[in-house]
Design a protein around this ligand. Sequence first.
Ligand code: IVH
Length: 698
Amino acid sequence: MYTSHDEKRLYEQAKHLLKHDEATAADTITQLRDVIIYADWKYYVQSDPVLADVEYDTLYKKLKHLEEKHPALVTQDSPTQRVAQGLSERFPTVSHLVPMLSLDNTYNADDLTDWDRRCHELAETDDIEYCVEPKYDGAGISLIYNDGSLARGATRGDGVMGEDVTANIRQIKAIPLSAAFMKYGVRQIEIRGEIVIHKNVFEAFNKQRVSEGLSPLANPRNAASGTLRILDPAEVRKRGLNSILYHISDYTLKEGAHRPKELGTHYDALKFLYNLGFPTPTPDMQVFKHIDQVIKYCHEFEARRDTLPFEVDGLVIKVNDFALQDKMGATTHHPRWAVAFKFKARQATSKLRKVEFQVGRVGAITPVAKIDPVHIGGVTVTSVSLFNEDVVREKDLRIGDTVLVERAGDVIPYIVKPLTELRTGEEKEIKFPTHCPACNSELEKQPDEAAWRCININCPVQVAERIIHYVSKDAMDIRGLGAANVQKFYELGILKDIPGIYHINWDTIRGMEGFGEKSITNLQQAIEQSKNQPLYRLIFGLGIRHVGETTAKTLANAVSHIHDFYDWDVEKLSTLEDIGPKVATSVVDFFARKENKRIIDMLGDAGVNLVNDHKGQKSNDGELAGKTFLFTGTLSHFKRSDAEAIVEEKGGSILGGVSSKLNYLVVGEDAGSKLEKAKKLGTVNILTEQEFLSLVNG
Ligand code: IVH
């Protein structure tokens, strides 16, 4: 735990490091590490960031740069060491030191009163304190720290054996890579908790997936457990998982492997972890002396469950005193000293009446289940997306099925499964259309895609959807021209395509219901303002397949005018950060189409901004345009930052690591693993400093 004195010092240190260059490398590395670990703790554990993103990135880069220069000073718990190298083949199975038990469930006040009575019988005392904390709806994990360092992270698995997902756990910045357990004589400790994904992170992630033509993940719980088992740690890192740790295992297998003796209660144990920098339920945890207080708290907490940043499906009530816990023991399924109070299910059953097929803006056909109206978590659900054919087949859904529908928090509802035991034999197979329900063109499906697609670019539903996307908040943000109005104008022939927005015949609209002078003036203003939107919004708004908001920003930053893309090929696009061949191909295809170029020209003629006036922008016609560079080792002829600036001035770009995207690796003295990797790849041009100078000097 940081004292306010520590916090002040580290904050000052951060500001100092941002301004000044290093004294000695070793000192600076230690300081940078401390500051970054502190900033991670503030951000991920306290949800109270102390540094701006760019400040954080600057410090991180400084640390990375210094460590590259002094590889001997790199330690396993450095924040830079969260980045795993390469992909895992698969996860080895490991056995848990102590079985990971489940929890017994209660659903109401009577269940809790019964449980309280049993606790008193088993503990043989009138005096029991209960600790109450949220029941996190994520994926259970076990962490082992050896000599203060994170040694293993494993999934729950079947409770006895789990999967070793250490490389992925290291990507979760809320989880410390090291902690001062040794100070308390603890050589090994096992901590348990939950991996969760915050609701806003989940929502943004799904939005991105949908904009890339992928199906959204069903709920934050599935997203968390699925992410933990992804074989690419870099992808895990991007997903921004979080964690809460709520249990220290008690076992004595070897010397120094135990829960610290001075911890007498569960509350103390979590406070202990919290003070060592771990994310714990501490802020949402309460201790009560009587079950009636617990029951009251459970009901109050349930009423505000949606205000929490992550999903909770209940509360967990634990006997606080460890001596009593030990006395009460456990069954093979659950500890007797703990119980879950489950909140009202956000699940309900309904009847699947029919499936409609909707056409999306890029032509993907989405099956949508129409179900009998059902109330879940305060809303009436009648329509549930089934995402694509694979989902329907996997779940074996049929028309007439009774289905289990779930709506987790603010998340969109989904069908968990059909209740096959209730089938009568009358249920009918869901038939997928072979032709577009809007324009009747034949549907197509790419071998690597789940969605059937209508590829008729003039398909009326797609055109309307594209206009709706263009005006949407995250794209050109034309308020007053929402989905319903676009639909109406499109049907009436007032709006035929995206450029049509800038040539609306206002006389036809005047007098229409809901369009008084005031709203027309507002709409005209909003349309006018959209002409000055930054380029990335236009690129996003054009609805290029696989191009979400983040990719649109990357693209916009790489050019000075949208026309520049007319000359870019897949190879050049692939040099941009986070742009792989799939996105690159889609961008090239988009800008190669005559009708898209025509739309861009018409937008330009209407006065829509097509340029990127971003400062510090790279030149695209320099002699190094499209070429990628990386510097490694100690450079003696020039400063690395100067050399990087030259490359960028001449239109090239700097990559963060050796990959197939790298064209040139410039090596100084004592070059290490990067040089090895580049040699192994065989596709990278390896240059000495002299050779680099000759190259840039023509
Ligand atoms: S205590 C012996 N506390 O719920 C310790 N579990 O449905 C037993 N869970 O397997 C677990 N929040 O993955 C505990 N605050 C919390 C929890 C929690 C979520 C999970 C855990 C457990 C599952 C049982």
